[in-house]
Design a protein around this ligand. Structure first.
Ligand code: SAT
Ligand code: MN
Length: 580
């Protein structure tokens, strides 16, 4: 196979001249191709077969122990002007970046096969979808891309029809962390990544294309590319509403997207449209509509069990690729929080010894097709996307942030999103549990200056008379003893219900300086084991704490200098004044 698109053909030739692979393979996305690659990876040890009886067609990949998460300090946005990348990104001048990384790509595929993967982000027939081509020397990346995107012949046909695509060049190189870089050239619609075989560093359709490059495109073209799950909530009357929600990596987006209503909520149903990324456009009527650009889930494994996420637990019992989990004696995958079985070999392939830390890596992952999700929404394949009623921002905060509040209007909602802070998780290398500013949960993923990005959000608010309402939630509030105050998981549906009722002016709220909070009776807590004092803390704010929070936001905002939209500063001043 090759292509009729001259631009693509010459790029593939150019890359082959640089990287010098032994073979070039154009991926058609077929089952036969997948089987061949799996056989090959089983033979060379890249994959291990898991228990065929209990986990049919499941495989384990152990990544290099130095290569287990995204590497934000090695991720660059390479715009001609440094200020266009902003203080939120590491920057390198495009010419320097190309020179530096091309030197590493020189000859890096000798003795290897170069795979060319045409892929489509979003339903193949959606006007909102965008295509890309990833070139990689990792067969593990190929099989993951086949699950995570619509990859193969149909995508290639669309590329040939449209003529445009994002170029992603990837090589695992020699996995030397000193020679690892993830570089983005938004103006060239190009990504170059070397030295890592892991997730967000290597599956270029995901964070690199669908967020960093797409956020840049979205600003040019007047839409939004966001780090958000999309979920449909169906009430007992059969009415379905959709919300999009942004949380930092490893804060439970996949769990919320697959939520199972608690027993108290008979007749309610949750439908998953997406668990990580939303591309949102206003339609002709001014309704914001979202598609999920992805076709699969790359989810955190630890903590997944029948109680926390039954849909995910069931979905990953077949046709799943596990990365960096432990195994039991009979070759079942094992992870902390699985609630079943005993690990014998840890994620590094050593005999399990608790003295060496957890058996599964805290950022171990499953890759699985969305079609295996029992709650997968059929309308996730709708080329028009789904209508969004509410946008929810959230962070992981032990204190300060109440369970839920509603922004006063779109502009204030942009402030709420821009002020998101969260405790860091294992999804990126570095310390875990440190509070950092993570506006719109996009800190590691916005492909341009946050100041311009907030301006774009504000401008989007001018484009429609029926904007979604904006909310903030915090499932992770803790008491003095470090216990979570809100039960979370399925019970989060109670909060989603208040949110949807607010969108229809049906639920009570009290106005505070930071927005509208539910009154105690407005939130349905019937049957929950939660005392009055706890509820009071969850549903109120401490003005002094919030003055400190506002000061922190202000200091952060000032780092964006004159790129900070004046409106945002005004709205922050207003909150400050209202706090007294
Ligand atoms: O490694 S990924 O970037 O794909 C996952 C995540 O950080 O959410
Ligand atoms: Mn994510």
């Amino acid at each position: 196979m090759t292509t009729q698109n001259a631009n693509l053909a010459s790029w593939v030739e150019e890359v082959a001249r640089l990287t010098k692979p032994d073979n070039i393979h154009w991926c058609d996305g077929s089952e036969a191709e997948r089987e061949r690659l799996i056989e090959m990876m089983l033979a060379d040890g890249t994959l291990l077969k898991l228990n065929e009886k209990t986990y049919p067609n499941c495989y384990l990949h152990r990544s290099n122990p130095n290569d287990v998460a995204r590497v934000e300090h090695l991720t660059f946005v390479c715009t001609p002007e440094r200020d266009d990348a902003g203080p939120n990104n590491h920057w390198m001048a495009p010419a320097d970046a190309h020179a530096k990384i091309d030197a590493l790509f020189d000859g890096c595929m000798k003795g290897r096969t170069m795979y060319v993967i045409p892929y489509c982000m979003g339903p193949i027939d959606s006007p909102y979808s965008r295509c890309g081509v990833e070139i990689t020397d990792s067969p593990y990346v190929v099989v993951n891309m086949h699950l995570m995107t619509r990859a193969g012949s149909d995508a290639l046909k669309r590329i040939e029809r449209e003529g445009t695509f994002v170029k992603g060049l990837h090589s695992i190189g020699d996995l030397d962390p000193e020679k690892r870089f993830i570089m983005h050239f938004p103006e060239e619609l190009t990504i170059k990544s070397i030295g890592s075989g892991y997730g967000g560093n290597a599956l270029l359709g995901k964070k690199c294309h669908a967020l960093r490059i797409a956020s840049w495109q979205a600003r040019q073209e007047g839409w939004l590319a966001e780090h958000m799950l999309i979920v449909g909530i169906e009430n007992p009357q059969g009415e379905k509403k959709y919300v999009a929600a942004a949380f930092p990596s490893a804060c439970g987006k996949t769990n919320l997207a697959m939520l199972i209503p608690p027993e108290s909520h008979e007749g309610w149903k949750i439908w998953t449209v997406g668990d990580d990324i939303a591309w949102m456009h206003f339609d002709e009527e001014g309704q914001l509509r979202a598609i999920n650009p992805e076709a699969g889930y790359f989810g955190v494994v630890p903590g997944t069990n029948r109680k926390t996420n039954k849909n995910a637990f069931d979905m990953i019992t077949h046709d799943t690729i596990f990365t960096n989990v432990a195994v039991t004696e009979d070759m079942e995958p094992w992870w902390e929080g699985r609630k079943n079985g005993t690990p014998v070999i840890d994620w590094k392939g050593n005999k399990y010894d608790p003295a060496n830390g957890p058996a599964a890596h805290p950022n171990s992952r499953f890759t699985v097709s969305a079609k295996q999700n029992p709650s997968y929404a059929p309308e996730a394949e709708d080329p028009r996307g789904v209508p969004i009623s509410a946008i929810i921002f959230g962070g992981r905060r032990a204190s300060v942030a109440p369970l839920v509040y509603q922004a006063k209007d779109w502009e204030h909602g942009v402030l709420v999103g821009a002020s998101v802070a969260s405790e860091t998780t294992a999804a990126a290398t570095g310390a875990v549990g440190v509070v950092r500013r993570d506006p719109m949960a996009m800190k590691p993923f916005c492909g341009y200056n946050f100041g311009d990005y907030w301006n774009h959000w504000l401008a989007m608010g001018q484009r429609s008379g029926k904007l979604p309402q904006i909310f903030h939630v915090n499932w992770f509030r803790q008491d003095a003893g470090g216990n979570f105050m809100w039960p979370g998981f399925g019970e989060n549906l109670r909060v989603l219900r208040w949110i949807l009722d607010r969108c229809e002016n049906r639920a009570a709220a009290q106005e505070t300086a930071i927005g509208y909070l539910p009154t105690k009776d407005a939130l349905d807590t019937s049957g929950l084991d939660i005392d009055d004092a706890t509820l009071e803390t969850l549903l109120s704010i401490d003005n002094e704490e919030w003055k400190t929070e506002v000061a922190g936001v202000r200091e952060y905002f000032e780092s964006f200098g004159d790129r900070l939209p004046a409106k945002l500063r005004e709205r922050l001043d207003q909150v400050d004044r209202d706090l007294g």
